[in-house]
Design a protein around this ligand. Structure first.
Ligand code: ATP
Ligand code: MG
Length: 587
């Protein structure tokens, strides 16, 4: 491709709305252009790189035995009603009506469509296992589209679905996809880690997310360097804390020698206007860990209380899973008033008449401070065992750095990550709704067991840049680079140099090497800068000066130095280099 005749426009300055480096670089290098919030056009350079990511995914899906299909993005809402997700998807799903007033959806995902499809296609155990996949556009009305392709309203996903005769067989299909994902991300040059994940709206039993570690990542990842346990913070568990709890009423702190002492009797303290933990910390002049927060939730419409240490946050995902609930939301003011008899900010577990779950770290909690279920009042000397009736002690809080690993008990770390892929074991959740059955070898009808597997193709592309760049621009791994080679024609008016470039371009094309020739009438400085910005792995400089010295300059994007290579050896040198770069990414 010749730069002078293509739609490649680099920008000197960062686009204003871009917050993270990969978004800035994608726009500056001319890979994408914004249409409106969360909607982007792929320009020629961006589309080439996107095709390479898709191709790697396609090859690895095929290698894992999955079959490519393509399902419609536009789906009848009736399918979503059958799975029960029309209600739970909420406003994140684009809904529209056709001219016959039939409610339709723009697919945010395809479990419904694919299960309906396979229910019709598969009759016998002989047709199973069967895994299908597609690379297709998805639509999600994200609350906050941002970071360019990372969280878009329209994006490209690879979604695969496996169908099996049994849970054990489904485990093998899951493992095949998991292994394929490891290969895909390695081939894309990404350092992506599988972590245990929550199953969210898709439902199902078990899942792993593939996370690209990056400070800009939207997900928290809990990681144990000692044993390798890694989980999304939404899911992460922690070992029950050992040792004694803080406790001890600060008003009489000196009088309480140890946590083992019998707790003093309950006492009310007037705390006018002190509703939040911060207010209370200021009022009692003590640490937040002296308090027990009492949170009143509506769990599928019924009030339930959650008790967590004052310095910790409840993990709603864990709470929801624990209760097997469909919907968990903080109760409204009226409910809180009704349940506790007090305005918001003064709830406490003593005398509370609703199911009450306490974080496991509060087991044995004695001499704590809680709300008194009375306006402007708190209770001191609260002993959970003595004064309250806790339904169960469970792991309820958001795990943070410093907590104990649930596997080995060592100290956990917290990192940030970008979710590029997700593999789920779904079981029979969807095959039940769609009566997707097959006849087993005894002629009996059974439900197929499913798995589903997504990769954000467009997000993966941008994640490559987020992980691989420097101050001057993108550093593409050769596997996904729009071009393997940028060939800079420094003297476009010099016929000798032009002839060398023409010959080299042809030789490379004949060997299947993608080469971008920068033949613009620009100063060398501009071309060098742009070559760094768009970041192709190899830069070749052809100029009158270099040729006089004996050849063309060949330089890797990752190194400072170049080699002067005689023109007649240039093509071979380049193909050998590309082979070496490719081999380093092979699995
Ligand atoms: P997230 O938690 O980031 O919203 P998700 O868990 O809802 O994502 P899945 O339903 O698991 O996403 O979709 C599969 C993959 O699609 C994700 O792993 C991610 O890479 C990608 N993806 C999801 N939402 C978006 C989006 N709005 N823009 C770009 N890619 C997305
Ligand atoms: Mg996900």
């Amino acid at each position: 491709m010749r730069w002078s005749r293509s739609l490649i426009a680099t920008l000197r300055d960062d686009p204003q709305e871009a917050e993270i480096v990969s978004h800035k670089l994608m726009v500056r290098a001319g890979l994408i252009r914004k249409l409106s919030g969360g909607l982007y056009t792929f320009m020629p350079l961006g589309l080439r790189a996107l095709h390479k990511v898709s191709q790697i995914i396609r090859e690895e899906m095929d290698r894992a035995g999955a079959q490519e299909i393509l399902m419609p993005a536009l789906q009848p809402a009736e399918l979503w009603e059958r799975s029960g997700r029309l209600a739970t998807m909420g406003p994140g799903m684009f809904r529209l009506k056709d001219r016959a007033e039939r409610l339709m959806a723009l697919g945010p995902t395809h479990e419904e469509v694919v299960t309906e499809l396979l229910a019709g296609e598969v009759n016998s155990y002989r047709q199973l296992p069967c895994t299908v996949y597609q690379i297709q556009t998805k639509f999600r009305d994200e609350i906050r589209p941002r970071f360019g392709l990372m969280r878009a309203k329209e994006f490209i996903m690879k979604d695969a679905y496996s169908f099996d005769t049994s849970l054990e067989a489904a485990d093998a299909s899951y493992q095949a996809m998991y292994d394929a994902y490891v290969r895909i991300f390695t081939r894309c040059g990404l350092d992506a880690r599988p972590v245990e994940a929550d199953t969210g709206d898709i439902g199902g039993k078990w899942s792993h997310e593939f996370m690209v570690l990056a400070d800009s990542g939207e997900d928290g990842i809990v990681d144990c360097p000692a044993c390798g346990y890694a989980a999304n913070q939404e899911r992460a568990e922690r070992a029950a804390a050992g040792g004694s709890l803080p406790g001890g009423c600060p008003l009489e702190a000196a009088a309480i020698p140890a946590a083992t002492t019998t707790c003093a009797p309950l006492a009310e303290v007037a705390t006018p206007g002190a509703r939040t933990i911060d207010d209370l910390v200021a009022f009692f002049t003590c640490g937040a860990d002296r308090f027990i927060k009492t949170l009143i939730y509506l769990v599928d419409g019924k009030p339930v209380a959650a008790l967590v240490p004052g310095n910790r946050d409840l993990n709603e995902h864990k709470f929801k899973r624990l209760l097997g609930a469909k919907k968990v939301e903080l109760a409204d003011e009226a409910t809180i008033q009704k349940v506790t008899g007090a305005p918001v900010g003064f709830a406490g577990p003593v005398g509370l008449k609703i199911p009450t779950y306490a974080d496991q770290g509060l087991k044995g909690a004695s001499d704590f401070i809680t709300g008194a279920n009375k306006a402007d009042t708190h209770l001191i000397h609260v002993d959970l065992a003595r004064d309250t009736s806790v339904t169960a002690f469970e792991d309820l809080i958001v795990v943070r750095a410093g907590d104990a690993c649930p596997r080995c008990g060592k100290v956990l770390q917290l990192k940030r990550g970008i979710e590029v892929g997700h593999v789920f074991k779904l079981g029979t959740k969807y095959t039940e709704s769609f009566e997707a059955k097959y006849l087993n070898d005894k002629g009996q009808s059974e439900l197929m067991v499913m798995g589903c597997y997504g990769i954000g193709v467009t997000r993966t592309l941008q994640a490559v840049i987020e992980q691989s760049h420097d101050a001057n621009g993108i550093i593409w791994p050769v596997s996904v680079a729009p071009f393997a080679v940028t060939l800079l024609l420094l003297d476009p008016k010099d016929p000798t140099v032009c002839a060398v470039v023409d010959t080299l371009e042809k030789a490379l094309q004949e060997q299947g090497v993608d080469v971008l020739v920068d033949d613009r009438e620009e100063r060398p400085g501009v071309k060098f800068k742009d070559a760094d910005l768009i970041g192709c792995p190899i830069r070749v400089v052809a100029g009158a000066k270099g040729l006089a010295k004996g050849g063309v300059e060949i330089k890797l994007r990752t190194s400072k130095d170049f080699d002067l290579v005689p023109v007649e050896h240039a093509a071979d040198t380049l193909t050998a280099l590309i082979r070496k770069l490719t081999a380093s990414l092979n699995t």
